[in-house]
Design a protein. Structure first.
Length: 331
């Protein structure tokens, strides 16, 4: 009997220790995530952190696994009131980093054409991949199409950012760099009011003075474009698409055509948690070349030339291109 009692006692102890270890693991995981939010959130000075910590940890104490904390962390992110922060489980992150080809997805289609034999048209689609090969393909494809259009000596250019809802800024910015007339045309302002501008040069993306991304450029980088540029935007244009939009604000040879963009004019940074999940946190707001901060959620970036909305897609397209042609012809 003593032997059986000893075994039962041992099982009980092991079970208790396992539950305790799981509880500690969950609490550590959630606490680490909350610390990142508190340290990095663009709204960190506006938040009642005692309330968020208390509520989040109380909810986490009721679950047994890290996976069960995911909706709890998402609720905590909503409390940051930036409308842009998000949480991505490890399995989603894996798909994100494997890239388009490995996951059987269609690669972003970059459309180009010479319209009416004088207007160079090219689209800049969203790219939702954290894969370097995808970034390189995106940039090189864009450069190749620009180089072909440049050979035809167009009167002006049309860059289509409509329906570009965001994704990875790095390859998008590198792609449009030949169209930008100056350094320091777009960046972010953090919770301390400090501004850091983004730049691109010789295959490298810079955040401030630090090169944070290196691309493999096999195409000839297009010559700087000085002809008139019409940039098409719509209400779907958001996030990284809005960073690109902002980089053209007040450029002398550029007009933004369309309607106000989506209004997710903030910068996100990925933070990897212990299980491989990503906490994607809003750490700053967009600033343009003039230092103007875009910090009002939903307001977006206004066009220079507005168009009327219509349910007739064909009519809207015709209006966009008509306005673009008129602007280019006026220069």
């Amino acid at each position: 009997m003593k032997k059986i009692s000893l075994i039962l006692s041992l099982i009980t102890t092991l079970s208790t220790n396992t539950i305790s270890a799981q509880s500690d693991s969950v609490k550590t995981y959630v606490t680490d995530a909350l610390k990142i939010m508190k340290d990095k959130s663009v709204n960190k000075s506006k938040i009642n952190w005692d309330k968020i910590y208390s509520k989040t940890l109380a909810e986490a104490s009721k679950v047994k696994t890290i996976k069960e904390t995911f909706p709890i962390l998402k609720n905590a992110l909503v409390s940051l009131e930036d409308s842009h922060s998000n949480f991505y489980p490890a399995e989603v992150v894996k798909q994100y980093t494997l890239g388009y080809k490995a996951t059987g997805q269609e690669f972003p289609v970059i459309k180009s054409d010479l319209l009416e034999n004088k207007y160079a048209y090219i689209s800049l689609p969203d790219i939702g991949s954290f894969n370097n090969d995808d970034w390189n393909l995106y940039i090189n494809t864009f450069y190749s199409k620009v180089n072909e259009l440049q050979k035809q000596n167009p009167k002006g250019w049309i860059i289509d950012l409509r329906d570009n809802f965001g994704g990875m800024l790095y390859p998008m910015y590198a792609a449009v760099a030949p169209f930008l007339d100056h350094k320091n045309v777009v960046g972010t302002k953090d919770s301390k009011g400090e501004i850091e501008y983004f730049n691109y040069k010789d295959g490298k993306f810079y955040e401030g003075s630090k090169a944070t991304q290196q691309f493999k450029i096999i195409q000839k980088e297009p010559k700087t474009i000085n002809r008139p540029i019409a940039v098409l935007i719509n209400k779907v244009t958001g996030s990284s698409g809005e960073f690109i939009t902002a980089s053209f604000v007040d450029q002398k040879n550029v007009k933004l055509i369309g309607v106000n963009t989506q209004g997710l004019t903030s910068a996100n940074q990925e933070y990897k948690l212990s299980d491989g999940s990503f906490l994607v946190l809003t750490i700053g707001n967009i600033v343009d070349r003039n230092g103007k901060e875009y910090n009002k959620i939903g307001e977006g970036i206004a066009p220079n030339i507005s168009i009327e909305n219509s349910s007739d897609k064909k009519k809207i397209d015709e209006t966009y291109f008509k306005k673009a042609f008129e602007y280019i012809d006026s220069k």
